[in-house]
Design a protein around this ligand. Structure first.
Ligand SMILES: [Zn+2]
Length: 240
């Protein structure tokens, strides 16, 4: 069973929870929930724009209005439904409100949830870098490298969660897997300092051009419609 071992079972709780209750309900140390109440976190995209506190963002997403006693009082207590939705959004709780063992104790940094999390507003599953990487058969680093390319990234995420982690909806993951299956066609890159436009495909550990070169951070992604000019890539595409 997944029953919490810390003494707070959210599935049968009715009274509002203090910050230390919330920490315990997620299997974390006492002060962990403080940052979801007050401290802003940075977004994954590296922008300095701060995200709203996660508890507030989730309350808004599920349409719960927080009173001044919660927002400004010295001893804030959050409704159970907000805490449940937060746990599910961040990856501590499953759809039934039970602790997810693999994610217990993960409080620091931008950790990747073991299984997809649940979006508070829509209840849809949010897939993360590790889930997309597994679906594509590439490393997490390969996906992260793709993410760092903003404009022409073909792993463009659907959004970022309350911790600033990039996520994709299930249909997008399926679409990206389908695109990866159809081979190098559709993806184009100009290598740093080069004149040719190459085709590109994800390999096991990194993205490669159709002619076998490893794609690095300084290379430039082209629109999908760009014409491949590298003779070796054209040959590979014709053969593939
Ligand atoms: Zn090439």
């Amino acid at each position: 069973m997944n029953a919490p071992s810390h003494g707070i079972d959210l599935t049968c709780r009715t009274e509002a929870l203090s910050l230390s209750d919330i920490s315990r309900a997620f299997g974390l140390s006492r002060s962990s929930a403080q940052k979801w109440h007050k401290t802003p976190v940075q977004s994954a995209t590296g922008h300095k724009a701060a995200l709203p506190p996660a508890l507030h963002a989730v309350a808004q997403a599920i349409g719960v209005r927080l009173g001044p006693d919660v927002l400004e009082g010295p001893r804030p207590r959050y409704p159970v439904e907000v805490v449940l939705a937060l746990g599910q959004a961040l990856g501590y709780l499953d759809r039934h409100g039970h602790l997810i063992k693999e994610n217990q104790g993960k409080g620091r940094g931008r950790w990747l949830p073991a299984v997809p999390t649940i979006d508070p507003a829509t209840r849809r599953e949010r897939h993360y870098v590790n889930h997309l990487a597994a679906a594509l058969g590439v490393t997490n680093e390969a996906v992260e490298m793709g993410l760092s390319r903003k404009a022409h990234s073909y792993v463009q995420p659907d959004g970022t969660d309350e911790m600033g982690r990039s996520f994709w909806w299930a249909p997008t993951v399926e679409h990206l897997v389908e695109r990866a299956r159809t081979g190098p066609a559709g993806r184009r890159i100009r290598l740093y300092g080069g004149r040719h436009t190459h085709s590109a495909a994800p390999g096991r550990r990194s993205f490669r051009t159709g002619c076998g070169k490893i794609i690095g951070r300084s290379d430039h992604w082209m629109p999908d419609t760009a014409v491949v000019t590298c003779p070796a890539c054209r040959k590979a595409e014709a053969a593939g």
